[in-house]
Design a protein around this ligand. Structure first.
Ligand code: S3P
Length: 442
């Protein structure tokens, strides 16, 4: 057995306060935008997970000065738009799709060349979705077949501003185009039929950049970004990641006698679909102390096991606002009474693993009744804890690993995962935090 295997055993209850790790999407952007700004950016609450550290390493390789003080603060001295240096080594993005895709946009918009690679999971993931628009902006690419990493980007000599309608609902693609557009002469416009997380838009405004968002018919929207605006270094307080918070939240909802309080969690309306869905399932989950921090809505989340969960149909239109939360929602659905229908999930097949398949296989092995379709997952819960008693394959996917450890808190027999090491990419103190709340993971 792998030395990174871990087992989660049924626990009595989860109780107490916990500070969940910083938001991964916001942390990547804080480092990248700080590295492009004039002057100093001071970041508190940065997620010190492997994915973000890969972004920081790449930005250092392109000339930014990034330091991490004993005071816990990260300080970034940027190079200014157009000022990136060519990295002298291959940029290793590890497991991080966000680092790879956003930085391809950044390099694509600068007159430099860089080669990107990643781990066994990342080299399987599609990059054509960013290559296509970036080629229109003047970048050229040499990649492995099917647009996979490793690949080399030769940035545009004179970056062209484009208008681009996103063929997939992807904040990574939108942000890659925006990053290239920062160094384009003219206005770059990105049209989204299904609006995705808007952290790039919010944070660019925080750095003093004028970003216009136009609401279009049928819920679509257009982002307009005028190139060659300077970013001004600033202070950023990164909220806790709602995608990470969802794991202890679901653990508390499914483990009798639990009540947990998680302060300062991001509840951007384009990210909090999972909490809305859990409320619709009947969960006792509420927001308190709602505030705005560096352009992002945050709140204290209080969740308890007081109410039983019931199955629901998750509206397809909500998928972009909870794209990373379907694995943990599937765990909640497995414990709910009745059927939960999740559709429009095609994108889950190209995440760190094929999440639809990994969840369906793992839950089935635990004794859960379900049906998997090409882009759907239907879970028939009976309101009781599943059997468990299995070892789950996690396929280098942090969210699959954490989802099954959460299920182990309530399943009748322990659940083991074969490899817990990917958890370090997004939530390095997950095990400690869960055990402090009362879980039995070891
Ligand atoms: C992210 C966007 C999403 C999400 C990923 C982080 C981002 O990916 O799954 O974990 O920070 O922009 P897609 O843009 O591929 O949907």
């Amino acid at each position: 057995m792998n030395s990174n295997a871990l087992t989660s055993r049924k626990c009595t209850s989860l109780n107490g306060h916990a500070r969940v790790a910083g938001d991964k999407s916001i942390s990547h952007r804080a480092i990248m935008f700080g590295a492009l700004a004039i002057g100093e950016t001071i970041i508190s609450g940065l997620l010190e997970g492997e994915d973000v550290l890969h972004t920081a390493q790449a930005m250092r390789a392109m000339g930014a000065k990034i330091s991490h003080g004993d005071d816990g603060l990260w300080r970034v001295h940027g190079v200014g738009i157009g000022g990136l240096q060519e990295p002298s080594q291959v940029l290793d993005m590890g497991n991080s799709g966000t680092s790879a895709r956003l930085l391809m946009g950044l390099v694509g918009g600068h007159n430099i060349t860089a080669t990107f690679t990643g781990d066994a999971s990342l080299v399987k993931r599609p990059m054509g979705r960013v290559i296509k628009p970036l080629e229109k902006m003047g970048a050229t690419f040499l990649s492995r077949s099917n647009d996979r990493l490793p690949l080399t980007v030769k940035g545009a000599e004179n970056t062209l501003a484009i208008e681009y309608k996103l063929p997939v609902a992807s904040a990574q693609v939108k942000s890659a185009i925006m990053l290239a557009g920062l160094n384009a002469a003219g206005i770059t416009t990105i049209i989204e039929t299904h609006p995705t997380r808007d952290h790039s838009e919010n944070m660019l405004r925080h750095f003093g950049v004028d970003v216009k968002v136009e609401e279009l018919k049928g819920g679509a929207s257009a982002v307009h970004l005028q190139g060659h605006q300077e970013l001004q270094g600033c202070a950023i307080d990164v909220p806790s990641d709602p995608s990470s918070a969802a794991f202890p939240v679901v653990a508390a909802l499914i483990t009798k006698g639990s009540e947990i309080t998680l302060p300062n969690v991001g509840i951007n309306p384009r990210r909090d679909g999972v909490f809305i869905t859990l409320q619709e399932m009947g969960a006792d989950l509420r927001y308190e102390n709602i505030q705005t921090q560096a352009g992002e809505r945050v709140a204290t989340i209080i969740a308890s096991s007081k109410n039983p969960l019931k199955g629901i149909t998750v509206p397809k239109s909500r998928v972009p606002s909870m794209i990373d939360e379907f694995p943990i929602l599937a765990v909640a659905a497995a414990l709910a009474q009745g059927t939960t229908k999740m559709t429009g999930l095609k994108e889950l097949r190209v995440k760190e693993s094929d999440r639809l398949l990994m969840m369906a296989n793992g839950l089935k092995a635990c004794g859960v009744d379900l049906e998997m379709g090409e882009d759907s997952l239907i879970i028939h819960g009976n309101g009781k804890a599943p059997k468990g008693g299995v070892c789950i394959e996690t396929a280098l996917d942090h969210r699959i690993a954490m989802s099954f450890l959460v299920l182990g808190c309530a399943s009748n027999e322990p659940i083991q995962i074969d490899d817990a090491s990917p958890i370090k990419t997004s939530f390095p103190d997950f095990i400690e935090l869960m055990n402090d709340l009362g879980a039995d993971i070891g």
